[in-house]
Design a binder for this molecule. Structure first.
Ligand SMILES: [Zn+2]
Length: 285
């Protein structure tokens, strides 16, 4: 599922291509994926594109937003009108390749004056909603952004962890406490910080908390630079249709049984809170 780095990648790319473009028509192919009256946004120009946690917001001149959550398999692919459809196509890439658009997973098409934005979603858990504010899609309940170094401060993290003895991995993935960290980056940040995912949150000491915070921020920033992670299913795509590349930089996520990059041990996998959890018993305490 796209996490903060993937959605940030989409947001940055959409902001560049959509700013100033006018929505001509919204074609809803699957009503399950779209909420709102498209007449309210047709004819509107895009002011900017922003992000909160895993939700992308396309802000329009009339004050309305298109809020988009990609959930498990959502994709936002933009094609300029003059662009050749086959630019980033590799048939070997499977169901998430975007060789021709629209394809059988295209659920909504937003036609702009200078191009088309295709919302594809194989499993259809994602959505697009017309909203007046962030709060309408649960924004008020979210914790600080994990890459906001000011709000996601050492003191804040220390306070959050001190309150509970639940496993630290579960706590850093709780969106109401810290926004944007999902399973991939929780595993990676804990490995980098040398902390076992199952450790009781309140048992973490000052230096460990400092290391954990720094690891979360640096892992997320590096993943943004690498344009996100296209996990094994390769569902995640940049707006061009290309994959991200942080999957080539993963240290432990998805690597059970492989050699640990930090020692001679093997990476283990357990289930924690129902999610695959990867770690090295030697390198993490
Ligand atoms: Zn190790």
């Amino acid at each position: 599922m796209p996490e903060l780095p993937e959605v940030e990648t989409i947001k940055r790319q959409l902001d560049v291509v959509l700013k100033g473009l006018r929505i001509e028509r919204v074609k809803v192919i699957n009503p399950k994926c779209f909420q709102g009256d498209q007449k309210q946004i047709e004819g509107q120009k895009v002011k900017k594109v922003s992000r909160r946690a895993k939700i992308t917001f396309i802000e329009l001149e009339n004050g309305l937003y298109l809020a988009i959550h990609l959930k498990l398999t959502g994709q936002l692919i933009f094609r300029k009108k003059e662009e050749k459809e086959q630019k980033f196509c590799d048939q070997k890439e499977g169901p998430f390749a975007v060789c021709e658009l629209p394809n059988k997973f295209t659920r909504v098409i937003i036609r702009f004056d200078k191009g088309n934005l295709f919302y594809n979603d194989l499993r259809m858990f994602g959505w697009i909603k017309i909203v007046k504010s962030l709060e309408e899609v649960g924004g008020e309940k979210l914790g600080p952004e994990a890459i906001d170094e000011k709000e996601f401060s050492f003191d804040y993290l220390k306070k959050v962890l001190a309150k509970t003895s639940r496993p630290v991995k579960i706590i850093i993935m709780d969106q109401q406490k810290i926004a944007g960290i999902g399973n991939i980056y929780a595993n990676e940040a804990l490995f980098k910080a040398g902390i076992l995912p199952s450790r009781s949150s309140s048992s973490l000491k000052g230096l460990e908390i400092k290391k954990l915070r720094e690891s979360i921020i640096s892992v997320l920033k590096e993943a943004i630079e690498k344009k996100g992670t296209s996990d094994k299913d390769e569902a995640f795509r940049q707006i061009t249709g290309e994959k991200g590349s942080f999957q080539n930089c993963l240290m432990v996520y998805g690597k059970a049984g492989e050699d640990c990059p930090g020692c001679k041990g093997k990476i283990k996998r357990i289930s924690l809170g129902g999610r695959g959890t990867f770690f090295c018993e030697e390198c993490q305490n």
